[in-house]
Design a protein around this ligand. Structure first.
Ligand code: ADE
Length: 230
């Protein structure tokens, strides 16, 4: 049977999932807690990584290598770039890039390192499944590039720069590092985010206000995805 990794960055992003799963077995490992469980007959392993690219890469690796997950779903919140995205709206990544990765001094494009790629695509089957789940739930679901970096963006200039350089629709702090790990280990992966703020001067306040409600939107959708996975 398939084992599905479910990851968030913050406790709030996985708490609504832990409330709904059954037969939870907790394991402390490498400075974090991992929860193996079942949901509607499916086997899952759940963790929140802590914020940022390094912690999320570590957690994704452990979910795959130690807990034997063969697919990874990420659930969480993001700052919206696309003006059509409002607080609570859902977006899935068709690809992810690292907006803070910069060796342009050597003539490379932003987000690129040799033997890597600027934009890492997510699994097309999981994306298709997400659209059918969205249709069943009757909720709109955007798809686009999500830009990742080790920065909480609360600045319209930085946000516009990311939008222009990477053609990004939303931004966050973990998706692309999870993508690097899953690509390297040949694990299909999926990144879902609900908008918590618009990465502008109000972003800090909005994030604190909407983190919990937006994280819940994303988590509930992810559980429907788990149920729909064959
Ligand atoms: N996650 C949610 N909002 C964000 C923002 N404004 N910047 C970075 N990550 C985020």
């Amino acid at each position: 049977m398939k084992k599905i990794a479910i990851m968030g960055a913050m406790r709030e992003e996985i708490a609504p999932i832990l409330e709904k799963v059954e037969n939870i077995k907790e394991t402390d490992y490498a400075g974090n807690t991992y929860y193996e469980a079942t949901y509607k007959g499916k086997s899952v392993a759940i963790a929140y990584s802590k914020i940022g690219k390094v912690f999320s890469a570590l957690t994704a690796t452990i979910l795959i290598e130690k807990f034997g997950c063969d697919m990874l779903l990420f659930s969480g919140v993001a700052g919206g770039i696309d003006p059509d995205l409002n607080v609570g709206d859902l977006i899935i990544a068709d690809g992810l890039c690292q907006h803070d990765l910069d060796i342009t001094a050597f003539g490379h494009p932003h987000g690129f390192v040799p033997e890597g790629e600027v934009c890492m695509p997510t699994d097309p089957h999981l994306r298709r499944l997400a659209h059918s789940v969205a249709q069943k739930r009757g909720v709109p679901l955007k798809e686009g590039v999500i830009a990742t970096g080790d920065q909480f963006v609360a600045n319209t200039e930085r946000k516009s720069w990311i939008a222009e350089i990477f053609n990004a629709h939303a931004l966050e702090m973990e998706g692309a590092s999870v993508a690097v790990v899953c690509n390297a280990l040949d694990i299909p992966f999926f990144i879902l985010r609900a908008i918590s703020d618009s990465a502008d001067m109000d972003a800090g306040f909005d994030f604190d206000t909407f983190l919990e409600s937006s994280a819940k939107q994303s988590a509930e959708f992810i559980l429907d995805m788990v149920e729909a996975i064959e």
